[in-house]
Design a binder for this molecule. Structure first.
Ligand code: TYD
Length: 241
């Protein structure tokens, strides 16, 4: 009996992703969460045991750290403090969710991970290579088998999530972009984040594969969901198959 093309791809995806830790990352508005969910469904349909999570958060303690990041005094948090809080939340996520799942032979699909710290805190002035050092401490041996960066330019990303971009204005004391990381953290939080900051974030994402210790691939996030899913599946099979 010959298998049809779709079934063959589904089997190849399941074989490649089984027991692996895969991260979906990228600038705001790239559609990474949608792609993670579509991929989750495809793997479940193929009989793979999947655990999904999101960073920051994903645990009780991590959600409290996330709340600190959400609620912080936006103008006073130092970028090192911010980086360490993201790492602290991540350490708990690895300990409680990711490591046990991988040890049990499950596939983990995580929305954001260390690459986000490289890009966002990197864009805010923190040396991305030092992010790697801190991440070694936070996650130990539990680095992703594959990180997929969904690439979209800042203008399009803003448009997709209906956020109004502000260019760095003269009222801002310093354009670190750290003043508004989360939607809903303050009424004008997202508006306060400059388009210039997001452009730097995107650039930092595109540079990650130069120094990241485990494989990183970039998928063009423009186009229909199905098309991007197809490229995502190809990337997973190519990198892990
Ligand atoms: P979230 O509400 O989870 O949004 P998204 O759907 O974009 O993932 O907010 C996460 C925000 O935190 C997002 O703007 C990226 C930022 N972030 C960092 O700055 N550093 C990090 O290490 C991580 C994981 C996220």
């Amino acid at each position: 009996m010959s298998l049809d093309h779709h079934t063959k791809i589904e089997l190849a995806l399941a074989t490649a992703a089984k027991g692996k830790f895969i991260v979906f990352d990228g600038p705001d508005g790239a559609g990474k969460s949608t792609q993670r969910d579509v991929c989750d469904q495809a793997l479940r349909d193929a009989g793979v045991d999947v655990v999904t999570c999101r960073d920051p958060g994903g645990t009780t303690i991590g959600d409290r750290i996330r709340a600190v990041l959400l609620d912080y005094d936006l103008s006073t948090m130092d970028v090192t403090c911010e980086t360490l809080l993201f790492m602290a939340s991540r350490a708990q996520l690895v300990h409680e969710v990711i490591a046990p799942a991988i040890d049990a032979g499950k596939t983990v699909l995580c929305d954001r991970f260390i690459t986000s710290t490289c890009a966002y805190q990197g864009a805010a002035g923190f040396d991305p290579k030092r992010v790697i050092e801190l991440a070694n401490l936070a996650v130990g041996l539990h680095w992703p088998d594959l990180t997929i960066i969904f690439d979209v330019d800042a203008d399009e990303g803003f448009e997709r999530i209906g956020r109004k971009p502000h260019h760095a204005g003269k009222n801002r004391q310093k354009d670190t972009g750290t003043s508004s990381l989360f939607e809903g953290s303050q009424p004008d939080a997202m508006e306060a984040r400059s388009l210039d900051f997001h452009r730097r974030v995107r650039k930092k994402f595109l540079e990650v594969h130069d120094y990241y210790p485990t494989p990183v691939v970039t998928v063009d996030a423009r186009g229909p969901i199905e098309e991007i899913h197809k490229h995502t599946v190809e990337a997973i099979i190519h990198a892990l198959g």
